[in-house]
Design a binder for this molecule. Structure first.
Ligand code: ADP
Length: 592
């Protein structure tokens, strides 16, 4: 069976080797075991259920949360010659009938369905007449309230399965799973003795960077200028911010779309399509954008504001580089981001207990923005991975674009001030005392008579707060949860003071990373765009950026050589090979 799986991987997908975890997952599914796989975005989850689907006798149902995601997957499958279809609310009655008929006569191997469908008795009746060999639940974290994308319709999956005449093996996939979510997925989907696979969360091709204390707009302009025509997403926290930033970038002449839940559905869809089809280069969006975006050639994801937690961050940032080519994830941190997220938690209708939990997760996100350790290590540890290298060489901490500032004296002043304020106040008030602010609350509490009052008058309040936040991130200080967080000393601060230890803080040196000029890549990209327009599919479904990049390296001009490019299977060779080889030949003739 596994040999057959390998052959399909090569013949249809154009890949020689399975990636880590894929083979084991496919084997588990093929031996009819329930299977739960946690793999990072871009790790190749789809292949894990699509290949078994092709090998098993009947049909595979894939439950997927979003219309756009389904369409994308089905386009991609059809693109490599696999009979697949989807059923969701975008189709009319007649179309659904047509698909179900095709399914009944064995013309469809993989059928994507929206979970809302599962409650329809009629649909259930129709499914009953099919031979369902496998049910795959994509984005399985949507079943859990602890996840960040809870969808009540996912709770329809289990009763639906229970009502089937014959229960096929169930497999569930997600990129995000904390312990709570994993447990929920297994419990709520009622997986039976599942084989559980947790692939490493690491994404080697992603560079992680945190930018603090810089003007965000200045940084953004400088950054996107250096990126040339590369596709990217810029996430902002609010609709208002999205609109403002979008208008700003358009005014500066950048090809930019926007997306948020306040826009009309039609406008949103057009905007999304323009991005998917490479008609606009960048998308400015709230976190409403992205789930279900399979666009593989996103070269950078910038968070203009800090998101609410690491799970959300890693998922959003992880939309960069799905094709495996080098991509960047930049987070622009500003202290206002923290108050906004706190406000959102406070305004939410969450139960008190869940709010506490959200505050805790928010704090971990803030710590990420201040940590001086390897950012990749920080994220991986957050997801429970041990054994991560100290230095990844591909984040803003490890790539040596930092220099170290001695902040020993400032740290001593801050710690001393917190002690004098009896560890009973928040960051803002501590910063005000150190600054020597003459605001009312200071005098009311008599803090103007503390010896630390005005001790850091040469710093701005913002700088002092940054220093405090840094000390929190480094575990010298801690912030207690709740709406009015209090800053307190940790053991590490007491020791540092006693032993007169030095404290250093990393500061970013200006970087000038540029994407190198690549003429052939641009020509291939244009050819891809022409084909995509002709076939009305997104360009990345024709070929990924990484496939084009490989073509620029090996310059294949015959069929055998073209087949060696990762991502070129037999169907794609037939469909597009000549067109791309022609571009390469012409290019070579010119430069040689
Ligand atoms: P996920 O759903 O885990 O985010 P996808 O299934 O979309 O990831 O796969 C991400 C990319 O990796 C796709 O372009 C896919 O074709 C590619 N891919 C999957 N498996 C392999 C493999 N074994 N070798 C090379 N590329 C692969």
């Amino acid at each position: 069976m596994l040999k057959a799986a390998q052959e399909i991987l090569q013949k249809y997908y154009g890949y020689k080797f399975f990636r880590s975890g894929q083979e084991e997952i496919i084997e588990s599914i093929l031996t009819k075991r329930d299977t739960f796989a946690v793999m990072p975005t871009g790790a190749g989850k789809s292949v894990c259920y699509q290949i078994p689907a092709m090998l098993l006798p009947g049909i595979t149902l894939v439950i997927s949360p979003l219309i756009s995601l389904m369409k994308d997957q089905v386009d991609a499958l059809n693109g490599i010659g696999v009979p697949a279809a989807y059923i969701n609310s975008s189709l009319g009655y007649g179309q659904v009938e047509g698909i179900l008929n095709a399914a009944q006569s064995g013309e469809i191997k993989i059928l994507y369905i929206a979970p809302e469908r599962l409650k329809s008795r009629r649909f259930e009746g129709m499914i009953a007449s099919l031979e369902v060999s496998l049910i795959a639940v994509d984005e399985a974290h949507c079943v859990s309230q602890w996840g960040h994308d809870f969808r009540p319709s996912y709770r329809l999956i289990t009763p639906f399965i229970e009502n089937l005449n014959h229960r096929p093996p169930i497999s569930a996939f997600t990129a995000t799973a904390t312990k709570e979510v994993s447990k929920d997925v297994v419990d709520l989907l009622e997986l039976k003795r599942p084989n559980i696979f947790v692939a490493g969360f690491n994404r080697n091709n992603l560079y992680f960077g945190v930018i603090r204390g810089e003007d965000k707009r200045d940084f953004l302009l400088e950054y996107i200028k250096a990126k040339g025509e590369a596709a990217g997403i810029i996430y902002a926290a609010t609709r208002k911010e999205v609109d403002a930033l979008h208008a700003y970038l358009v005014k500066k002449g950048y090809s930019t779309g926007r997306y948020h839940a306040g826009m009309e559905a039609e406008e949103r869809k057009n905007s999304q399509d323009a991005f998917l089809y490479d008609d606009v280069q960048m998308m400015v969006a709230t976190n409403a954008f992205g789930m279900g975006i399979d666009k593989s050639n996103i070269r950078f994801v910038i968070h203009y504001n800090m998101p609410k937690n690491i799970e959300a961050y890693y998922q959003e940032a992880g939309r960069a580089g799905r094709d495996g080519a080098n991509s960047e994830c930049m987070l622009l941190f500003g202290p206002r981001d923290v108050s906004l997220q706190k406000y959102l938690i406070e305004q939410s209708s969450l139960l008190e207990e869940k709010k506490e939990y959200e505050y805790k997760k928010l704090q971990a996100m803030v710590d990420y923005c201040y940590t001086s350790q390897c950012l990749r290590k920080y994220i991986l540890q957050y997801f429970g991975e041990t054994n991560t290298p100290e230095n990844c060489t591909n984040c803003s901490t490890c790539s040596q674009d930092l220099e170290y500032q001695d902040i020993t004296i400032q740290s001593q002043k801050i710690i001393s001030c917190i002690v004098r304020m009896k560890e009973r106040y928040g960051i803002s008030l501590v910063a005000k005392v150190l600054k020597g602010s003459s605001s009312k609350d200071i005098f009311k509490l008599g803090f103007e008579s503390l010896s630390t009052y005005g001790l850091m008058s040469k710093h701005t309040i913002k700088e002092i707060k940054e220093l405090i936040n840094y000390l929190v991130a480094e575990n010298f200080l801690e912030i207690t949860g709740g709406q009015y967080p209090i800053v307190k000393l940790q053991q590490k601060a007491v020791i540092a003071i006693k032993k007169r230890e030095q404290v250093f803080r990393p500061v970013r040196k200006k970087d000038d990373k540029q994407i190198p000029d690549n003429k052939l890549f641009d020509l291939l990209r244009q050819a891809r765009k022409d084909i995509a327009t002709r076939e009305k599919i997104p360009p990345y479904i024709v070929f990924s950026d990484s496939a084009l990049q490989e073509m620029t390296k090996i310059c294949p001009v015959d069929r055998n050589a073209f087949l060696t490019v990762k991502g070129v299977g037999e169907v794609k060779l037939e469909r597009y090979g000549n067109e791309f080889m022609e571009v390469i030949k012409q290019y070579l003739a010119k430069v040689n």
